[in-house]
Ligand binder design. Structure first.
Ligand code: ZN
Length: 274
């Protein structure tokens, strides 16, 4: 199953560092998320400047809700309700174009992998998204190899039984060129994709249903716009009280305003004036 709507998927927990100085901040944060479809539970820890949100929404949407209160919010980690750590990964997309993105992978259960992210700088409309075989960016996205396809099958859509393992279909960029997405996939596994690459393409993936000769090979989704190596992430938090559950990566939006230290490796510290 894959979904762009974000309100039908498996609930997971997002951990945000949010600047909060007093009880009224806590109340404002709670109010911002109260009654929002797709938000199941909110835990606000003022002393740790941390907000835990159980949700089926894309993290970007929750972050926007938090920041609408006038506070900075940084995604620190994602976790599932599973007691075992099944693995998480992250890919930072970039390349010769101005397209850039962050995509996170979280293995929810042995069967289901959550893939969610934000990609900016796209032309409005659908863009093919695929895991490619190689984590090789020596020649930008052109050295990433073909779609990850250990079964030797034809290209297809994420809902198809016959597809490449790396076929994630399309993400949809809005009028501002931003694609925010959250999908769940039963063919892709975090442990299979670490060390490979994720590529977003110029055009729409026809999911193997087109007339073009490339349809059954690539979905005819055009040039590779941006790519990134899929790296193992410590994105799963083991202990909700432990704030350093980060993947160690600062995304472009957070540059210049990191509130959790360089590279988000350090725990959030209380501002000096408190
Ligand atoms: Zn494919």
């Amino acid at each position: 199953m894959a979904s762009d709507s974000g309100d039908r998927g498996t609930v997971c927990t997002l951990e945000f560092a949010v600047q909060m100085t007093c009880q009224s901040c806590v109340d404002a944060v709670r109010k911002a998320l109260q009654g929002v479809a797709g938000v199941q539970d909110v835990e606000v820890q003022l002393e740790n400047q941390m907000v835990l949100v159980q949700t089926s929404l894309p993290s970007q949407e929750v972050q926007a809700l938090l920041e609408a209160t006038g506070r900075q919010a940084v995604l620190k980690g994602m976790g599932s309700d599973q007691l075992q750590n099944l693995g998480a990964a992250v890919a930072i997309l970039g390349g010769p174009s101005t397209v850039q993105g962050v995509v996170r992978f979280l293995q929810l259960t042995p069967e289901r992998c959550l893939i969610e992210g934000t990609i900016d700088g796209l032309a409005p409309g659908p863009h093919g998204l695929h895991v490619h075989q190689l984590g090789d960016l020596t020649n930008d996205c052109n050295s990433c190899g073909d779609h990850f396809n250990p079964d030797g099958t034809s290209h297809g859509g994420p809902q198809d039984a016959e597809r490449h393992r790396g076929d994630l279909g399309n993400v949809h960029a809005d009028a501002d060129g931003r694609a925010v997405f959250r999908m769940e996939d039963e063919q892709l596994k975090v442990w299979d994709v670490i060390g490979r690459s994720l590529v977003v393409d110029e055009g729409e993936d026809d999911l193997g249903r087109g007339d073009h000769p490339l349809s059954k090979i690539t979905g005819n989704s055009g040039e590779r716009l941006a790519c990134g190596i899929i790296a193992r992430s410590a994105g799963l938090f083991q202990n909700p009280k432990q704030i350093c559950s980060c993947d160690g990566l600062t995304i472009w939006e957070e540059r210049g305003r990191p509130i959790a230290g360089k590279g988000r490796k350090e725990p959030v510290s209380r501002p000096a004036h408190l």
